[in-house]
Design a protein around this ligand. Structure first.
Ligand SMILES: [Zn+2]
Ligand SMILES: [Zn+2]
Length: 249
């Protein structure tokens, strides 16, 4: 399985990095995790055909995670997509996603493809499950396992022991790192965590690799310090993903 990010920013995007969203591909299944910015354009920039997309995972209904969803559906319809699209989320996020589609008067009967809302996905060789998250609104963390690797994604979250417990046994942890640890009181009040806490959880979960994302760039001295902060609590491999670059997991 490989991963490529189209954005690694928090809800305050930067000039050169949009809201956090990424693509997973194992050659059999193509998965978009959170629909922010312009998902179709992002998939094209990764060298893939948006019509090949199999699954969209919506982790929660904050605008930096879901606002691109109606545009994705509209554009796929305009591109004459025929293949069923599976949308994984918790119940409340599903209601919000459907409400967005309804609000913008996208007639799902005339899309040309079926939208199927699910809470998990299992097929020989790959499984995706959602784990209740720890954020300021109901959210889902995501566990993806295929034949060769496994990934746990926190989405937006405060730091808590339940994350490491849920992630234990996976190879790669993708963890938000909204701001530096010196801002901890504000981070916790807003349902977020620091790079240091991401490293702590990676250590407790026993993962090999930590991907950092959902970063408010003006809350760290510079991008190098994001990795340095996580490195104070985790000795494994730490990656601050370059956008549109594929990483093998
Ligand atoms: Zn967010
Ligand atoms: Zn959020």
């Amino acid at each position: 399985m490989r991963i490529a990010f189209s954005g690694t920013s928090c809800a305050v995007a930067a000039a050169d990095s949009g809201f956090t969203s990424f693509i997973l591909s194992n050659g059999e299944v193509l998965i978009l995790v959170d629909a922010s910015g312009n998902p179709v354009q992002s998939i094209l920039k990764m060298g893939l055909d948006p019509c090949d997309l199999d699954i969209v995972i919506l982790t929660h209904y904050h605008a930096d995670h879901i606002s691109g969803y109606p545009a994705l559906i509209q554009t796929l319809s305009c591109m004459n997509r025929k293949k069923e699209l599976r949308v994984l989320s918790d119940n409340l996020t599903r209601r919000k996603a459907r409400a967005l589609i309804h609000l913008l008067e996208l007639n799902t009967d005339k899309l040309g493809f079926t939208l199927t809302y699910l809470s998990e996905f299992k097929r020989p060789g790959i499984s995706i499950s959602l784990v209740p998250g720890h954020h300021s609104v109901p959210s889902s963390m995501v566990k993806v396992k295929d034949r060769t690797t496994s990934l746990f994604y926190t989405s937006d979250t405060v730091s808590c022991p339940e994350i490491a417990a849920s992630a234990r046994g996976v190879k790669v942890l993708a963890h938000e790192a909204t701001a530096s640890h010196i801002n901890l009181p504000v981070l916790e009040k807003d349902g977020h965590s620091s790079a240091y806490q991401a490293g702590e959880t990676a250590t407790k979960a026993g993962v090999e690799m930590l991907l950092l994302c959902h970063i408010c760039w003006n809350q760290y001295p510079d991008s190098k310090s994001v990795v340095e902060e996580a490195g104070r609590s985790f000795s494994g491999k730490i990656i601050l993903p370059e956008l549109f670059r594929w990483y093998d997991l």
